[in-house]
Design a protein around this ligand. Structure first.
Ligand code: NDP
Length: 300
């Protein structure tokens, strides 16, 4: 039997619509417009596309978008001065510095100079610590999107066995913390994990965040398990013509969908949820800054 396809594109549209409704209310009832500032240093083409999409979707939900494009040679002092200015600007509720940064800039220093309450990426060390200790924090967008889809599909996650494959700071670790917070029994697998196929096969939920195209095949998946594929990998697609590429996940979709109970596709799964959750985080940051109730269902 083929798995239910979890439609991240449709889910993200629903999240954006909810955010847009909340923004309308904030404007009409409190005269507040949430604002998101995005900083891009240099001219990395992939980052430029992300930043353009973020700006476009921010405006579409009725928020203010502030884009700061800086030269690749921008000094650390100038970047920190800009962040300081945005930290102190009451019209800016969320600040995101697009990664990766050019080599001469210290990424940790830059991220940790963003005010934690405006850190809509959830990468500031304070937010990492708050999440790890189960306290209210800003939560990284991609794991938040995965959590929303899992909660929507399962209702309660309590007691389920979840395996997160990958232990990065931006996906694997925060994902594991979120699942633990929802009372899953969590295993984090990585490149040194022994019998990783067996570990995955025993799981009710597998979240793949590895960065290796189609590594997780159907025989790694337990019957009826839910599979969330975070991976975005570009691979050659000669069948589409010379030099053409296509996107695949970290999961081998065709074999996994024959065993899984539910699965996210790539593209159209986790990807669209990431920007939707960035908007949700900006709204949450704005509500908190103004001592207003947080919108329901948009936070961890
Ligand atoms: P990282 O490269 O930072 O981490 C990859 C993790 O996978 C590491 O913990 C690594 O283990 C583990 N790993 C690598 N090879 C294996 C293996 N053979 N077996 C088991 N584990 C392995 O990647 P990210 O977490 O940043 O990203 C993961 C994927 O998610 C990428 O495809 C990325 O493009 C995608 N992504 C998608 C987003 C979205 O919006 N949908 C957002 C962010 C990322 P170890 O620590 O032992 O080296």
């Amino acid at each position: 039997m083929s798995a239910t396809i979890i439609d991240g594109k449709a889910f993200a549209a629903k999240v954006r619509a909810q955010v847009a409704d909340e923004v309308t209310k904030l404007k009409s009832e409190h005269n507040i417009t949430p604002g998101l500032a995005v900083i891009l240093v240099g001219e990395d083409p992939a980052s430029e596309v992300y930043v353009r999409n973020k700006g476009k979707q921010t405006v579409e939900v009725g928020m203010n978008s502030y884009e700061h494009k800086l030269d690749a040679s921008t000094s650390e002092a100038d970047l920190l001065a800009l962040i300081d200015q945005l930290n102190n600007d009451p019209s800016v509720h969320g600040i995101l510095c697009q990664l990766p940064l050019p080599d001469h800039l210290n990424e940790d220093l830059v991220i940790n100079s963003i005010a934690p309450e405006k850190d809509v990426d959830g990468f500031h060390i304070s937010n990492v610590g708050l999440l790890g200790t189960g306290q209210k924090s800003m939560v990284p967008c991609t794991p938040l999107g995965c959590l929303m889809m899992l909660r929507d599909h399962h209702g309660s996650l309590s007691g389920l066995n979840a395996v997160v494959v990958g232990r990065s700071n931006i996906v694997g670790k925060p994902m594991a913390n979120l699942l633990l917070r929802d009372s899953c029994t969590v295993t984090i697998a990585h490149s040194r994990t022994k019998n990783i196929e067996e570990v995955c096969r025993a799981a009710d939920i597998v979240v793949a965040a590895v960065g290796r195209p189609e590594m997780i095949t159907g025989d790694w998946i337990g019957k009826g398990a839910t599979v969330i594929d975070v991976g975005i990998n570009r691979i050659p697609a000669p069948e589409r013509g010379e030099g053409k590429m296509r996107l695949v996940g970290d999961v081998h979709f065709d074999s996994a969908k024959e065993v899984a109970g539910a699965i996210t596709p790539v593209p159209g799964g986790v990807g669209p949820m990431t920007i939707a959750c960035l908007l949700a985080n900006t709204l949450t940051a704005c509500a908190r800054a103004n001592n207003l109730p947080e919108p329901e269902g948009l936070t961890a």
